[in-house]
Design a protein around this ligand. Structure first.
Ligand code: GLU
Length: 312
């Protein structure tokens, strides 16, 4: 199967190695891989190690990550892409935004941005009040001794798209999100910019990732349009939750790969348990990833939570 315009599917898995993977991350990797492979496509692996303080290059978590993916039988196509090696590329794209007059320096501190008096979005996340934009427009001097972050200006425009699993999703960029950071004050590029540049330059046309990133997508589509990249097809997958409905985190606990691999040295029962939890097979049985390719179908997948299989 091809994408609508007859281009072969190029999927990707893009983990941030800030901790040991858990089964939810592996489920995401597995679905990205299966979706592309079932369509006869390719899948690339990108390590999102932008923040060297949290994710040192080839640090312990990254080594475990590569080993966990290989253990599961997840083979990726082409070279692994490392975001930590791509700063100059991101510089070029920041400059594109700058030339369009869309970038301004923001000196606001974390405390100011998170203050109770700051405007908040419906979901409680603080929304930028454009203090530094107005300061600039008024010609007022910036605060001394602070390095600025770079924010991109957003228009009063609604971006909508149809997610392959979650259906229609829309956000007004100005009202629901406001100007967002594309480079932090310490010079580290923000996820929103890097992800768009990397997916665009890698020719990724299918993005499978956790539902927690659904509300980042309108911002990313906005950047794609500014950079002239086509918008990929999105599938925002439900998060894997424990029996109490809590999402798994990368800290050690339920579903942590260290524990999973101690209990299950062989990946076949783990793959089968995930496949059953996702509705791809009727009940858990040991199987290899490639045996799931012909059984893969987005129609079978739940939209809401996927419960951590018993025994994990
Ligand atoms: N690096 C992100 C994470 O590990 C995922 C980014 C994406 O899939 O767009 O949560």
């Amino acid at each position: 199967m091809m994408q609508q315009n007859n281009t072969p599917v190029v999927g990707r898995f893009a983990p941030t190695p800030s901790g040991r993977l858990h089964l939810g991350n592996l489920m995401c990797a597995m679905l990205s891989w299966l979706s592309a492979k079932a369509a006869g496509g390719r899948v690339v692996l990108r390590i999102e190690d932008l923040d060297a303080a949290r994710c040192p290059f080839m640090g312990e978590n990254t080594k475990y990550l590569l080993d966990d993916l290989a253990w599961m039988g997840l083979e990726f196509d082409g070279e692994v892409l490392w975001q930590s090696k791509r700063t100059e590329i991101y510089d070029t794209y920041l400059e594109i935004l700058n030339k369009k007059g869309l970038i301004y320096p923001c000196y606001c501190s974390r405390a100011e941005l998170h203050a109770a008096t700051a405007p908040h979005r419906n979901d409680g996340v603080p929304k930028y009040d454009r203090k530094c934009l107005y300061r600039l427009q008024n010609g007022d001097p910036p605060p001394v001794g602070r390095r600025p972050a770079s924010r991109v200006l957003v228009p009063d425009e609604t971006v909508d798209f149809v997610d392959g699993l979650q259906g229609e999703y829309a956000e007004n960029l100005e009202r629901d999100c406001s100007d967002f950071v594309v480079r932090r004050s310490d010079g580290v590029y923000a996820y929103q910019l890097a992800v768009v540049v990397d997916d665009g330059l890698s020719g990724v046309n299918e993005i499978v990732r956790g539902n927690d990133l659904l509300d980042s997508t309108p911002r990313q589509i906005y950047l794609q349009r500014l950079f002239g990249f086509a918008t990929p097809r999105y599938y925002h997958i439900p998060l894997l939750t424990d029996a109490h409905g809590r999402r798994l985190s990368k800290r050690e606990g339920d579903g942590c790969m260290e524990r999973v691999r101690q209990v299950y040295p062989d990946p076949a029962p783990v793959i089968g348990a995930l496949a059953a939890a996702l509705g791809l097979i009727p009940s858990p049985e040991s199987m290899a990833l490639k045996d799931l390719i012909p059984l893969f179908d987005w129609q079978k997948l739940p939209r809401d939570a996927v419960l951590l299989p018993e025994g994990f």
